[in-house]
Design a protein around this ligand. Structure first.
Ligand SMILES: Cc1ncc(C[n+]2csc(CCOP(=O)(O)OP(=O)(O)O)c2C)c(N)n1
Length: 540
């Protein structure tokens, strides 16, 4: 039987898991893996910044349900990727980060780029560990894969010392795990607990089901819709860093303040729900906590400070629990679901009339919506900042991914590139502010090289406006300082990198520019000069 290097075992294990692409930036420690995938294993999308590779793996995980895989080099390469793990962690997105590490044989001797990489990743992953031998590397990868998917999904870090990658294993094929090693079970909600939940729902007047970001994916939204239909109880997903002020959830804050029972379906009781305290929630609002992690059940009582408000706490995978409840339910609560759905559709400011000056973000939103509706299949990607909130309020698509509860800006361009890879038939639109565009604009080169067209719509107000708005609100106009940007031609940056670029200064020119960009079959940027306005807000 043939001997294989650890790198070959890894490449074949990736293949066995069904990984078609890894998102990577090269470096000394992992060149053996590049060599190994040349023969067997996934293709490589080679990016321009390590954080972009991690963001791409994150989007891949959200769109396919299978962990996205990022492959980085050791030391500074790994460090560059770490901050993007936080976005995946907060969005509960399954991901495996593989980073090369200094050889085990040189550890503590001052090896090139030696760094405590697992410790560096630990606060922003579900688990972090390091491969110890070529023979067990395949099993390590399968373990990382299962951990990324199981329970509350999230990122897992596996370190790859370069001497482990280069070591030979006799009979190497046997070190590649069987397909079953990548299978993941789930945690069912028992029938008794399900009936108890349904009895509580039946006894409540204004119940709500709130799901966590793990369900903000196509099958999750479908499961929540089925649950709402079966129970008559509004069931929605919270994934915005603005929590109850999520611009895509209209008057959620008003509705939540009326609820007498809230089911947390894998949804953490955290800042997004104002910790369950009045006035965001009624002091007598009871909670049912269904979560795949025992720690989250304990945490809810701690955060609330009043365990008596928790009527029931049970371990369950949210998908399983939603299906189980829908199967056993009988619809009730006539009128309440309709009232909630109407409130969630409220969009103050969205009907903004066209003016003569710079384009209002709501107008831009309407133009993008029209383009999305023309597409046979569309994915909408939205980043943060004030423009991101307008986009989330005014634009929708059957599949949408946003920066998520982490509240970090910068993921939209990498997300869009991975989205085109995950959904080749879809038209992909990314909406982001001009400040945010700068974080990963070099990824247009990745998109051009990899032939992954999408349309980036930049709301260009020459400002880090979200922070500028904080200055206006908190310190006053005369003390607004340091958040100005230039009206840069980001469209020309994209043209220079080989893509399609357009600048739009008047609302009348939006439709033409967007449709040319979508039709260009190139990675495209429509740079729109917009009004500098605060995010939309539903009055309390
Ligand atoms: C990684 C990261 N850095 C900084 C911030 C703080 N931040 C949030 S929104 C924002 C401004 C974004 O500006 P832009 O993309 O131009 O959008 P605008 O708010 O102007 O519409 C900043 C700096 C953050 N959330 N994440």
């Amino acid at each position: 039987m043939a001997a294989l290097r650890g790198a070959d075992v890894l490449a074949r294990s990736l293949q066995r898991a069904g990984v078609g692409r890894v998102f990577s930036l090269s470096g000394n420690h992992v060149m053996s893996v590049y060599d190994a995938v040349h023969d067997a294993g996934p293709g490589i999308v080679h990016v321009r910044h390590e954080a972009a590779a991690v963001h791409m793996a994150d989007a891949w995980g959200r769109l396919t349900g299978q962990p996205g895989v990022a492959l980085l080099t050791g030391g500074p390469g790994h460090a560059n990727g770490v901050s993007a793990l936080y976005t995946a962690l907060a969005s509960e997105s399954p991901l495996v980060l593989l980073s090369g590490e200094a050889p085990i044989g040189q550890r503590h001797k001052g090896a090139f780029q030696e760094m405590r990489q697992g410790e560096m990743a630990a606060p922003v992953v579900k688990a972090a560990f390091c491969a110890q031998s070529a023979r067990t590397l395949g099993e390590d990868f399968a373990r990382a894969w299962r951990q990324a998917k199981f329970g509350r999904p999230g990122p897992v870090y596996l370190g790859l010392p370069s001497d482990v990658l280069e070591a030979k294993v006799d009979d190497g094929e046997r070190a590649v795990p069987a397909a079953e090693a990548f299978a993941v079970g789930s945690i069912p909600l028992g029938d008794a607990a399900a009936r108890a939940v349904l009895a509580e729902l039946a006894g409540a007047r204004r119940p709500l089901v709130l799901a966590g970001p793990a369900m903000a994916i196509d099958p999750g939204r479908a499961a929540l819709l089925a649950l709402a239909r079966a129970t008559g109880v509004p069931a929605l997903c919270m994934e915005s860093p603005r929590g109850v002020n999520d611009p895509a959830l209209g008057a959620l804050a008003r509705i939540l303040a009326q609820a007498d029972l809230v089911v947390l379906l894998g949804k953490r009781l955290d800042y997004t729900l104002r910790f369950g305290q009045p006035p965001a929630m009624r002091p007598d609002c009871r909670l049912l906590v269904l979560d795949p992690e025992p720690e989250a059940l304990r945490q809810a009582g701690f955060v609330l400070g009043d365990p008596a408000r928790i009527a029931l706490a049970a371990l369950a995978s949210p998908f399983e629990a939603a299906a189980q409840l829908a199967r056993l339910a009988r619809a009730a609560h006539p009128g309440w679901r309709e009232e909630v759905e109407a409130a969630l559709r409220e969009r103050p400011g969205a009907a903004q009339a066209p003016g003569d000056g710079p384009v209002h973000p709501a107008e831009l939103g309407r133009a993008v919506q029209a383009e999305i509706e023309r597409a046979r299949e569309a994915v909408l990607v939205v980043d943060g900042g004030e423009f991101g909130q307008w986009a989330q309020a005014c634009v929708s698509a059957p599949t949408r991914i946003i920066n998520g509860p982490a509240g970090a800006i910068g993921s939209a361009l990498p997300f869009a590139i991975a989205a085109k890879l995950a959904r080749p038939a879809a038209s992909v639109f990314a909406m982001l502010g001009d400040g945010t565009f700068g974080l990963h604009m070099a990824e247009f080169d990745t998109a051009v090289r990899s032939k992954l067209p999408f349309v980036a719509v930049v709301g260009n107000d020459s400002c880090w406006n979200a922070e500028h708005q904080i200055q206006l609100r908190t310190y006053g106009r005369e003390r607004a300082y340091g958040c100005e940007l230039l009206p840069t031609r980001y469209d020309r940056v994209v043209t220079a990198l080989g893509g399609h670029g357009e600048q739009v200064e008047r609302a009348a020119d939006l439709a033409g520019a967007l449709s040319r960009a979508a039709g260009s079959r190139l990675p495209a940027c429509v740079n729109v000069l917009i009004e500098r306005v605060a995010a939309p807000m539903v009055p309390a």
